[in-house]
Design a protein around this ligand. Structure first.
Ligand SMILES: [Zn+2]
Length: 109
């Protein structure tokens, strides 16, 4: 099990993932210190399957990009098709959520 250096990982059954307005509740663990959540692999997989059934899992947009290093972090270049489709602009803030081993990036209004 993954753990955080500061807090204890407490088992919870109320981790919320929101995909395209749909809310999924999953089991997993949450850090008592920073609140970081790790969804059980099985539950994460279930969410992905349900999202696919609902047609909200962004599979049709799947593109391959590599991450580049910048300072202490990694930089992801957003493909221009997606940039145009979602009308993204430089400086815009996005929310990043982790579902299992996947990342969901949502523009914030
Ligand atoms: Zn923590």
């Amino acid at each position: 099990m993954k753990k955080c250096e500061k807090g204890e990982m407490i088992e919870v059954d109320n981790i919320i993932s929101e995909i395209d307005g749909y809310v999924f509740i999953e089991k997993g663990v949450r850090c008592s210190s920073c609140g970081e959540e790790f969804i059980n692999e099985k539950d994460a997989q279930k969410t992905i399957e349900n999202a696919k059934k609902l047609g909200i899992w962004p599979e049709p947009f799947k593109m391959h990009r590599s991450l580049s290093k910048s300072g202490r972090g990694l930089v992801l270049r957003i493909p221009s098709d997606i940039e145009k489709d979602l009308k993204l602009k430089p400086g815009e803030s996005v929310a990043i959520s982790k579902v299992g081993n996947k990342l969901i990036i949502e523009p914030e209004e």
